[in-house]
Design a protein around this ligand. Structure first.
Ligand code: FES
Length: 84
């Protein structure tokens, strides 16, 4: 599906760019501007922004995965012990 007519960007282009960005940096915050840059394009009229954001929000790569720290492991262990 065409998302951005000015730049001929499809939903598949957006998902591919987001997958690439998440694989390259698991902690990166993915923004529309970064997706445009990853595709080598620049926003023009901006009419696509709403559909562009909707497409991004449907992609599981939008969320930054939770980082596991030793403190988080201790909290998880304490909760599991408390549940018994
Ligand atoms: S439709 Fe995307 S910048 Fe114009």
């Amino acid at each position: 599906m065409m998302v951005c007519h000015c730049n001929a960007i499809t939903d598949k282009d957006i998902h591919a760019a987001m997958e690439w960005m998440r694989a390259a940096d698991p902690e990166t915050i993915i923004t529309p501007g970064k997706v445009y840059r990853a595709l080598g394009k620049k926003a023009d009229c901006g009419d696509c922004l709403s559909l562009f954001l909707d497409t991004m929000e449907r992609d599981p790569n939008l969320e930054v995965p939770l980082l596991r720290t030793p403190a988080m492991d201790r909290i998880g262990r304490a909760r599991r012990v408390g549940e018994r």
